[in-house]
Design a protein around this ligand. Structure first.
Ligand code: NAD
Length: 479
């Protein structure tokens, strides 16, 4: 039986739900897409006429929104209506690590997924395909199925029925639009072939058939966790090698280039940096660790947990190097932080290495001037759990010397930014940081001035010619 699809809804208008539905709406102009969220403010931002005020920043997103919004793509808080009318419903809500209770610190908190499933059970009509777009622990589809097929739902009316599919999202923030447009693969896990074909037909509007993989539902759920675990493991691996490079005189860039030429290894994801961040890597690995522990696979659990342990250690290592190079103390010293987002081309700061590194430096009493082209100061305040200080106050003596202060800078051309600064620390690889005029910066800084480059993007020759000391991550020739 061919399943007819006219309306598609998505619960969750976040970093995944928003861009994914926007891409689908642009590729399937004959279908209607409703994206709903309980967060009114977020929905208002998605509906803002001023496209620079969308809730998330992704290159290429504005143009797609302009093409589809209020044509066949609608953002609203009307969850009931979106569910009632949908033939396919994507669940794309947050699944953070549980903070307390059973599995705290490792397993995913599924309360938002459960709430969404209950809403679907309550309002759906007729036959509905329910798609797990969120990243979920293996066998979550069973939980969703149980909720949907509870006696209460089925007694609502006889013609309500569901198929649950897993369709994990592999987009990467910062390149989400390109990733959605040119995916390496689309993974669809499930049991009901007709439902799987109906879902795959959406993607076939722009994705070649051979890139659409059908698997069983548990393989699909596990493949997403495994994919993120492998990616994070590569970052921890090369970051651990960067520490060896620094003490042996090797250069991590050269090592990466050399091993990346091996076709069995490949060259992607071999850039050393301040440690992985983002909402997914740590949470998904911990989920895998929890799963392994649950099934008594202790050695497997500890293998994957070490990827997170190295990441934490690496971030601490970077802040300690800054302190050591600045004569063992940063108390009352001004430091400029370049970049707060967890990577370039996104405004997302979740699990950003900048948070840990800035907190460590504030703990050491440093005064930080933080600049990021897309992250707003209120987000930084939430992440650092302190309020910013104004530039004016920043010039005065810190009365609470035990803990440093921070201020936000919205523009690197501001004359005050580098004044009396001891060090500039590059933490996000924004393109504009490649073009800093180090000669001009040097004239305002305290001597000896330092540049700490954790992204390997500064022009080392220019930094040194400007008379600044340079520490580059993984460079065995650091002075
Ligand atoms: N961010 C990424 O790069 C990425 C990539 C692939 C997969 N994922 C996975 O996708 C899922 C979503 O991630 P995200 O980054 O978009 O999260 P997000 O926090 O940006 O967005 C989730 C949204 O869901 C909404 N929500 C929660 N419960 C709801 C409910 N009951 N009804 C309606 N709305 C509700 C929240 O208000 C929020 O706006 C997660 O499982 C994540 O692991 C994320």
């Amino acid at each position: 039986m061919k399943i007819s699809v006219k309306k598609v809804s998505c619960i969750g208008a976040g970093y995944v739900g928003g861009p994914t539905m926007t891409m689908m709406a642009s590729k399937c102009p004959d279908l209607i897409f409703n994206v709903v969220d309980t967060n009114r403010e977020r929905i208002e931002s998605w509906n803002n006429k001023d496209l620079s005020k969308l809730p998330i920043f992704e290159p290429g997103l504005k143009a797609l929104i302009a093409k589809t919004r209020n044509k066949n793509l609608f953002f609203s808080t009307n969850i009931k209506e979106a569910i009632e009318s949908a033939d396919i419903i994507f669940i794309s809500v947050n699944t953070p690590t549980k903070k307390k209770g059973l599995g705290a610190g490792k397993s995913s908190d599924l309360k938002w997924v459960e709430a969404s499933a209950r809403e679907v059970a309550k309002y759906s009509k007729g036959y509905t395909i329910v798609v797990e777009k969120s990243t979920l622990p293996v066998r979550t589809a069973e939980v969703i199925e149980n909720i949907l097929n509870s006696a209460e739902t089925i007694s609502k009316t006889n013609d309500v029925s569901f198929s649950v599919l897993s369709n994990p999202e592999f987009l990467s923030e910062g390149t989400a639009i390109n990733d959605l447009e040119n995916p390496d693969r689309i993974l669809i896990g499930g049991e009901n072939k007709e439902a799987m074909i109906a879902l795959s037909n959406l993607y076939k509007a722009w994705v070649k058939e051979e890139k659409i993989l059908f698997t069983n539902i548990w393989s699909s759920e596990l493949a997403k966790l495994t994919s993120n675990a492998f990616l994070a493991q590569r970052i921890s691996s090369i970051n651990s090698i960067s520490a060896i490079c620094e003490v042996t005189g090797a250069d991590v860039k050269e090592v990466s280039r050399a091993i990346g030429k091996d076709s069995r290894i490949g060259s992607k994801f071999l850039d050393s940096g301040p440690g992985f961040g983002g909402s997914c890597f740590k949470k998904d690995i911990l989920n895998l660790v929890y799963l392994a522990e649950f099934f008594g696979l202790k050695e497997v659990a500890s293998f994957w947990e070490s990827v997170v342990t190295i990441n934490k250690w690496h971030q601490k290592r970077i802040s300690e190097i800054v302190v050591k190079k600045l004569f063992g103390t940063v108390a009352n010293k001004k430091l400029v932080i370049l970049g707060f987002a967890f990577k370039a081309n996104t405004n997302d700061t979740r699990e950003s290495a900048s948070i840990t590194i800035c907190k460590n430096l504030l703990n050491e009493g440093a005064d930080l001037i933080i600049y990021d082209p897309k992250v707003c100061p209120s987000q930084i305040g939430t992440d650092l759990e302190t309020n910013p200080t104004t530039f004016l106050e920043f010039g005065k003596v810190n009365v609470n010397e035990d803990y440093g202060r921070w201020t936000f800078c919205d523009n690197l051309d501001n004359n005050e930014v580098f004044k009396n600064v001891c060090a500039v620390i590059i933490l996000t690889e924004w393109a504009e940081f490649r073009k800093v005029n180090w000669k001009a910066v040097r004239t305002k800084m305290v001597s000896p001035g330092w540049v700490f480059d954790s992204r390997l993007i500064a022009n080392g020759k220019e930094v040194k010619e400007a008379g600044l000391n340079l520490w580059s991550l993984g460079d065995g020739h650091n002075n």
